[in-house]
Design a protein around this ligand. Structure first.
Ligand code: MF3
Ligand code: CO
Ligand code: CO
Length: 252
């Protein structure tokens, strides 16, 4: 799981410099596919429940599971690139929302606070903690910053399966009473919105969008519960975090 997480982070670092105005998301798909295969892995999304590409690219009002296509990214867009690699029998899953060129202050705020919400969710996890502590921390942060939390898509257990039975809501759900124990691996991947978090699905049966058309951001790490805390697995071996390299910091 550590190696799969490192590989997933390495792929995000490799694709990041290509996320510029004028690039098509199809091209990002090609880069991710090649970078995954070069590491000896398989791109988990490809043919997963019929998904047609090797990565998810979710632009602007797309919440998640955007399918790469021939539209060039434009200056001022925001795009989440969600990479999952299947390596030596297990999956590593991580995503970053990138600003494309110059983005608005609203979008910088959305990106920065979505990342912070993920970090707070991860910090709320640890051995002995209930799963609902994660979503509670995320939802509290979103509320404080006037952002919505998508409820239809949640974090998930991950390992030999891409999505295992464990469910990690990103809002406070008191029913999520599972107690975390060392050795568990799962994702934390909140999707926050500038407007109403209500969600719709395109007729491709994958692309999830905000119904009000306003923008949404997402960040994702794969994490491991340890004896004394939580370890983020989706960083490079020398500890580089793609979100540090590419995402925007909160504006003053
Ligand atoms: N990587 C996504 C997640 O975080 C899942 C994508 S499934 C796909 O769970 F089929 F759309 F690729
Ligand atoms: Co995931
Ligand atoms: Co993912």
């Amino acid at each position: 799981m550590c190696r799969a997480g490192e590989a997933a982070a390495g792929i995000l670092l490799e694709v990041g410099p290509y996320v510029v105005p004028g690039v098509t998301t199809d091209h990002l798909d090609e880069v991710v596919h090649a970078a995954t295969v070069a590491r000896g892995g398989y791109p988990s999304p490809l043919n997963y429940r019929g998904y047609p590409k090797s990565v998810c690219t979710s632009v602007n009002e797309v919440i998640c599971h955007g399918i790469p296509d021939s539209r060039p990214l434009a200056d001022g867009d925001i795009v989440n690139v969600d990479v999952t690699i299947y390596l030596d029998g297990v999956h590593g899953d991580t995503s970053v929302t990138f600003p494309v060129g110059e983005v608005s202050d609203h979008d910088r705020h959305l990106i920065a606070e979505t990342r912070e919400a993920m970090e707070l969710g991860i910090s709320a996890a640890g051995p002995g903690q209930p799963v609902h502590a994660i979503g509670r921390a995320i939802e509290r942060h979103a509320n404080r910053h006037g952002l919505g939390v998508v409820r239809e898509f949640i974090g998930h257990g991950i390992g030999t399966e891409f999505h295992s039975g464990l469910q990690i809501p990103h809002y406070h759900d008191p029913r999520a009473q599972t107690i975390l124990v060392p050795g568990m691996t799962f994702t934390v991947e909140p999707m926050l919105t500038l407007g109403d978090p209500a969600c719709g699905l395109w007729d491709d049966d994958w692309t999830a969008v905000t119904l009000d058309g306003r923008r949404t951001a997402q960040f994702e790490h794969t994490v491991l519960v340890t004896e004394d805390g939580i370890r983020v697995l989706t960083t490079t071996a020398d500890g580089i975090v793609p979100a540090d390299v590419f995402a925007v910091a909160a504006s003053a």
